[in-house]
Ligand binder design. Structure first.
Ligand SMILES: Cc1cc2nc3c(=O)[nH]c(=O)nc-3n(C[C@H](O)[C@H](O)[C@H](O)COP(=O)(O)O)c2cc1C
Length: 343
């Protein structure tokens, strides 16, 4: 199987659930409102295409630092590779200087992106130390300047991905969202946590609902959506225009098919069989090897293999052995053999 082959039931378009309707983002149409969240080190070109083949209507690239001096680096080239992607293509950029952010936005449009997504949610120390990512939420005037700069730099929709705020008790997402709308941002994705929360506790959806009620651009709800029922719950809690799924898609890109099926029929799909998992994993591995080449392909594939095999009997011992494989051919062989024994 190819990772681009359609795996959705053909009747999927007949549903009238709001999350299965097309979404307009700044004049571009997204097929449905199920999105895969940007995840650095995970949502590379092969993974984005895989999620879309399972029914994700939209995917955003991994974060690309807004510094054109870094663009020739191998990591940036991989992150900004949109070959064979289903449109619309969205490139995520992060930075704290309006001029650099504008330049990066222009560059990514030239590079093939059709939507620019601004990251103001990343909690990583490395990013926050440069007052980028979620650290920006501490300076709302700078937020507005950055958004203005990006929106004015390109003749394409600019979206924003952010959190509820920087610190608990000082959540400022309502003001940030208002300023985003005023700047001409085309849609806003909100992870229901603050930077202080990092990934702890549970995502909070009440403030996302308040944002939805206070602005008229599309609001995308994100955080802890790990099943079809949870997607429906978050939709009901927030009234959001779309849902965005991150960690729950790791090792289970078919979650988009599960959600689509549930929203369309009300039935929960059975978990995929090991045979189907094998088919998906092997196709994914081949794509990773083709994309990254022998050395990086083998290393980057390891985490995906670990996610895919979690929960399969004896997978702990298998993973230890798999980590020792240094070639793509050897890795492919051990994965195929392990999954075959569980078919
Ligand atoms: C490994 C990893 C990498 C991430 N990288 C990014 C990123 O590059 N840009 C971004 O906006 N958010 C990033 N995030 C945050 C996710 O997009 C998402 O907001 C967060 O994981 C919450 O959603 P979830 O509960 O569905 O995982 C990352 C999250 C993880 C787990």
């Amino acid at each position: 199987m190819s990772i681009d082959s359609p795996v959705l039931p053909s009747s999927s378009t007949s549903s009238d659930h709001p999350l299965l309707q097309p979404l307009n983002i700044g004049g571009l149409t997204i097929e449905n409102r199920l999105m895969v969240a940007p995840m650095a080190g995970v949502t590379d070109n092969p993974f984005r295409r895989l999620c879309k083949s399972f029914g994700a209507g939209h995917a955003v690239s991994e974060m690309i630092i807004a510094d054109t001096a870094l663009y020739a680096r191998k990591k940036s080239l991989y992150r900004a590779n949109f070959d064979n992607e289903i449109a619309p293509i969205s490139a995520q950029i992060a930075g704290a200087e309006p001029d650099k952010l504008a330049e990066a936005a222009r560059y990514q449009i030239y590079n093939g992106a059709q939507i620019i997504d601004i990251n103001m949610g990343c909690p990583a120390k490395k990013v926050c130390r440069k007052l980028a990512g979620s650290a920006l939420l501490q300076d709302e005037d700078l937020v507005a300047k950055l958004l203005d700069a990006a929106v004015n730099a390109v003749d394409a929709p600019v979206t924003l991905k952010t959190r509820l705020g920087f610190e608990n008790g000082r959540e400022n997402i309502l003001r940030v969202a208002k300023r985003a709308e005023q700047a001409g941002i085309a849609a806003i994705a909100i992870h229901g946590r603050t930077r202080e929360d990092m990934y702890t506790g549970e995502a909070r959806y009440e403030l996302i609902r308040e944002v939805k009620d206070s602005i008229s651009i599309p609001v995308i709800a994100n955080g802890d959506i790990d099943s079809a029922q949870k997607a429906q719950h978050v939709y009901e809690m927030t009234g959001c225009d779309a849902v965005m799924i991150g960690r729950a898609a790791q090792g289970q890109p078919w979650i988009f098919r599960d959600i689509e099926h549930f929203l369309r029929t009300g039935d929960v799909l059975d978990a995929p069989s090991v045979s189907e998992i094998k088919e998906v994993v092997l196709a994914h591995l081949q794509e990773l090897y083709d994309f990254y080449g022998e050395y990086s392909g083998c290393r980057i594939a390891r985490k995906h293999i670990a996610w895919y095999t979690t929960g399969i009997p004896n997978s702990n011992a298998f993973r230890q052995a798999m980590y020792g494989e240094e070639s793509t051919a050897g890795q492919f062989r051990v994965v195929e053999r392990f999954l075959q024994t569980h078919e």
